[in-house]
Ligand binder design. Structure first.
Ligand SMILES: Cc1cc2nc3c(=O)[nH]c(=O)nc-3n(C[C@H](O)[C@H](O)[C@H](O)COP(=O)(O)OP(=O)(O)OC[C@H]3O[C@@H](n4cnc5c(N)ncnc54)[C@H](O)[C@@H]3O)c2cc1C
Ligand code: SF4
Length: 338
């Protein structure tokens, strides 16, 4: 048993003050990841600051026509929110593809962005892991790496980011609102999570002591032509081998704008502007989708057990783009799940 102090924060300023005042403090929201990590001795905070009473539970329209989602909005509440179901159905689908109903009832928006990798060696303190213990080595590179990255990995770490919600947020070009002792700032979603490089212990570009207060969605929601497709070992309660969030804006059969982000393949949700450029102005057909997919996967690299993911990703992207073009998203909408 590791002793730690428990404290509640009364407001955002109080939370920031308490984190700044304690060298190894962690905030806790839904607790669905942090508690597991503490039980497994991976995280050892000296102080746990409960932020669940902070007023960050609203989903509201922004003056610019977007949506501001408080960091403490539960995953279930967000997926079923009428503004999300109506304008950002790809986000509702992605959330409902993650975890289980009980977990989604607890998990928060901020916590989902900051959940840690599911690499089994990261959770096994008997094994070397550069993310958990920098400089100790990576057990996955020559170990069992079926779930690991095929894009953007490094010699130090080949872990993937496990979130479904983040894949849709990357495609939608969300922004992350954060605050800390040096004030407030807004981070573009594409810059929020990091590639492992030689500092895999850092998952994000959040500075020490900063907390997430909200996630902002821009007005464009791709509510007509979208898909979230998740391929996994079981239909429920399993992390993605590969997932894809797609949004298309069509003019007849021609693609005005096309975006796609991948999950389960890299240390962060993966987008490639070169691949999306292949879609612009082109007919919405399988030949176009295959060309864009080839560009995105041109740098993909497999390891001993996960090379199958490259072909899986190829098929998954073409299928998701085809479904989106037809306006038949197919994968779980929150309504169908009910
Ligand atoms: C069995 C299981 C299956 C799962 N399957 C999936 C899946 O298929 N897809 C998927 O996407 N997810 C899945 N999850 C993960 C789940 O979605 C996350 O655990 C959850 O989203 C984390 O949110 P939380 O509020 O519980 O975070 P917590 O556990 O409270 O916190 C997680 C981390 O975020 C930090 N944190 C939390 N809120 C803030 C904030 N506002 N500002 C700064 N730091 C903050 C905490 O300090 C901690 O480091 C699964 C989890 C489990 C246990
Ligand atoms: S892939 Fe990353 S998280 Fe997994 S063992 Fe290697 S360093 Fe650790």
């Amino acid at each position: 048993m590791i002793n730690f102090q428990y404290a509640r924060a009364n407001d955002v300023a109080d939370a920031v003050r308490q984190i700044a005042g304690s060298a190894n403090a962690k905030v806790i929201a839904g607790g669905t990841n942090l508690i597991d990590l503490m039980k497994m001795d991976v995280e050892r905070p000296t102080k746990v600051i409960d932020i669940t009473r902070l007023p960050l539970k609203q989903v509201e329209n922004t003056p610019g026509g977007g949506l501001l989602i408080g960091a403490l909005v539960r995953n279930t509440d967000l997926a079923y929110h009428p503004l999300v179901e109506g304008h950002y159905p790809v986000l509702a689908s992605a959330i409902m593809a993650g975890a289980s109903q009980q977990l989604r009832n607890m998990a928060s928006t901020g916590g989902n962005l900051l959940q840690r990798t599911r690499c089994p060696y990261f959770y096994d303190t008997a094994m070397p892991c550069n993310k958990r213990t920098p400089g100790s080595g990576c057990s996955a590179i020559d170990g069992h790496n079926r779930m690991h990255a095929i894009l953007g990995s490094s010699d130090a770490c080949i872990a993937t980011h496990p979130s479904d919600m983040c894949v849709a947020l990357a495609m939608l070009e969300a922004k992350v609102h954060v605050t800390g002792a040096s004030g407030d700032r807004v981070i573009a979603f594409g810059d929020f999570h990091r590639l492992p490089g030689d500092t895999p212990q850092r998952d994000t570009n959040l500075n020490a002591g900063e907390i997430i207060t909200a996630v902002e969605l821009p007005p464009k929601g791709f509510a007509t032509n979208y898909t979230y497709l998740k391929i996994r070992d079981r239909l429920s309660y399993a992390f993605a081998l590969v997932s894809v969030a797609v949004g298309l804006e069509l003019d007849g059969d021609t693609i005005k704008e096309g975006r796609f982000a991948l999950g389960g393949v890299a240390h962060k949700p993966w987008r490639d502007p070169r691949a999306e450029a292949e879609l612009r102005g082109q007919p919405a057909n399988v030949a176009t989708f295959a060309r864009a997919t080839d560009v995105l996967l041109s740098d993909a690299k497999g390891y001993a057990h996960n090379t199958f993911k490259i072909d899986l990703a190829r098929r998954c992207i073409v299928r998701a783009l085809s479904q989106a073009a037809r306006g038949t998203p197919q994968s779980q909408s929150s309504k169908k799940i009910l």
